[in-house]
Design a protein around this ligand. Structure first.
Ligand code: HEM
Length: 512
């Protein structure tokens, strides 16, 4: 009896008090508004509405900060510039973690990459490595692969028979895939590239697969969909593929200052088993403190492949599609190209800075079609935003797509009007570097895109060359207004129907 009393007073009473205090605190600060859900399942039956477009519609009804319960998980969506400022600037240290599904944890070697690492020391060192070495401006400028691959794409278009329609979507996806593959691994055989694409495709399917265990943890062990077996197989294929490439690179070490290194070369200096790892010179702070394993290298390479391929490809395709749907805007961009570059040569990188209207058209495309429409973050602790309670480990979805079309921030938000960013336009001076919360295609703050410079370089050069070297007509006498502008939702939001168009050479010089 005595021991029962002891348990009651010394263990249960404090626990009950704690519970009461938490409930009292919670009652003062409600969760953000949201649609009602069912017991245990919460809003899981609304899964098909959790796309950028579905969430934008829900935000119109419930507001810029919206709460959903997905099984045992709290989810919050952010759909206005002001709410985005609150989570990405005011409370950025709380909102800078990343959520990860079972599949993502396994395929990133338990968050050994940068994109899925939680905000902390490891992530900040990885970020330094990426910003200073792997994705630096110097690398962008010396990225011969961008120039070479864009030229190769132009040659392939120029060699099409007259009046043949070109699938621009496929063309530019191949282009960006080749660019990132060469930047990551250097030149490899086509056979190796095809093998790697198969691995990437399986990773992509597994990243997007719905897994009940992510929402109801006690159902994890069941593996009803057989996902665990597929995850193991996918990782074994990646291991054997990249281990071979790392071994080859270790055998043929390159001078890091030679200027022709790829990302694997650059990361070898940080590999724990590397012979140069403990060399006396040069040992900057990062090299002394950051130790990478092969798993880190594999995980970072996957970040680059996923972060840098489809994003850039979909931005090129959307820019071309928006311009083809607005012939007067297309004419203005091509007129600028003719004046700045001249019709007797291709575009040089140094021309890009002078192509102001082309840049406006790209900015307007990124506003209407941000390649990553939902930014996924996770809270590191309980907090309060705009008077609402957001629990720790909530999944946060920042709806950049809805924000870019916010009627309170943009006039005619759904129209394609590049001139809004030009001198005298009502959005003049707004850029996408993360200071203007109404335009966030690259995010803002500590988790914003570290590959922005590289991405923009490939995007601007590809669009400029395609529009300068050719005029484009829609096939089969299709009218611009008939162009399908629907998108599909996944890790990115590319065009649902690939853009096809008929090119006619525009320059007096040969492209072949
Ligand atoms: C048009 C091109 C691109 C767009 C629109 C884009 C957009 C984004 C966005 C929106 C984020 C997430 C921001 C957040 O969660 O708050 C992101 C993160 C990231 N991007 Fe990009 N990106 C592009 C190109 C690239 C390229 C070329 C690379 C690599 C070479 C890259 C690598 C990454 C990585 C590694 C992250 C994760 C950063 C972190 O979690 O700390 N991206 N990008």
């Amino acid at each position: 009896m005595d021991s029962l009393l002891f348990i009651f007073f010394f263990l249960l009473t404090p626990l009950a008090l704690l519970l009461l205090m938490t409930m009292k605190r919670r009652r003062k600060r409600p969760l953000p508004p949201g649609p009602p859900g069912y017991p245990i399942l919460g809003n899981m039956l609304m899964m098909d509405q959790l796309t950028h477009r579905g969430l934008m519609r829900l935000a119109e009804k419930y507001g810029g900060l919206l709460h959903l319960r997905l099984g045992f998980l709290h989810a919050v969506t952010v759909s206005t510039p002001e709410m985005a400022r609150q989570v990405l600037q005011l409370h950025d240290n709380i909102f800078a973690n990343r959520p990860a599904t079972i599949a993502i944890k396994y395929l990133t070697y338990d968050r050994a990459d940068m994109a899925f690492a939680h905000n902390g020391q490891f992530w900040s060192q990885m970020r330094k490595l990426c910003v200073m070495k792997l994705f630096s401006r110097k690398r962008a400028e010396s990225w011969a692969s961008v120039r070479d691959e864009v030229d190769r794409t132009l040659r392939s278009v120029a060699s099409e028979p007259p009046l043949a329609s070109v699938n621009i979507g496929e063309l530019v996806f191949n282009l960006t895939k080749n660019i990132t593959f060469r930047a990551a691994f250097g030149s490899q055989s086509h056979q190796e590239q095809d093998q790697f694409i198969l691995i990437l495709q399986e990773f992509s399917k597994l990243f997007g697969a719905f897994n009940v265990g992510d929402f109801i943890p006690w159902l994890r062990w069941l593996d009803m969909q057989g996902i665990n077996k597929r995850l193991k197989r996918a990782r074994v294929s990646l291991d054997s593929f990249i281990d071979r490439i790392i071994d080859d690179h270790m055998k043929n070490r390159k001078d890091p200052d030679a200027g022709d290194t790829d990302m694997v070369d650059d990361m070898l200096a940080f590999l724990d088993e590397s012979p140069t790892r403990n060399a006396k010179e040069p040992a900057d702070d990062l090299q002394a403190s950051l130790k990478l394993t092969r798993n880190h290298i594999k995980a970072i390479i996957m970040d680059v492949m996923f972060g840098g391929t489809e994003t850039v490809a979909s931005a090129i395709e959307w820019t071309m599609a928006e311009l083809m749907r607005s012939p007067s805007e297309m004419a203005r961009v091509q007129q600028e190209l003719a004046e700045v570059v001249g019709l007797d040569r291709k575009v040089h990188e140094t021309d890009l800075e002078k192509l102001h209207y082309l840049k406006c058209a790209i900015k307007e495309t990124l506003r209407l079609h941000p390649p990553i429409p939902l930014l996924l973050h996770e809270t590191a602790e309980d907090c309060e935003v705009a008077g609402y309670f957001i629990p720790v480990r909530s999944r946060v979805m920042i709806n950049v797509f809805a924000i870019g079309r916010d009627p309170a921030s943009w006039t005619n938000p759904n129209s394609f009007k590049p001139s809004r960013f030009a001198p005298g336009g009502d959005a003049e001076g707004i850029d996408f570097k993360g200071n203007f919360f109404e335009l966030l295609p690259f995010g803002s703050g500590r988790r914003s895109c570290p590959g922005m410079q590289l991405g923009l370089y490939a995007l601007e050069l590809a669009v400029a060359q395609l529009l300068h070297c050719f005029t484009w007509e829609l096939p089969d006498e299709m009218k611009p207004s008939e162009l399908d502008m629907g998108d599909v939702f996944g890790l990115t939001a590319p065009k649902a129907v690939r853009l096809c168009a008929v090119p006619t050479p525009r320059l007096t010089c040969s492209l072949l």
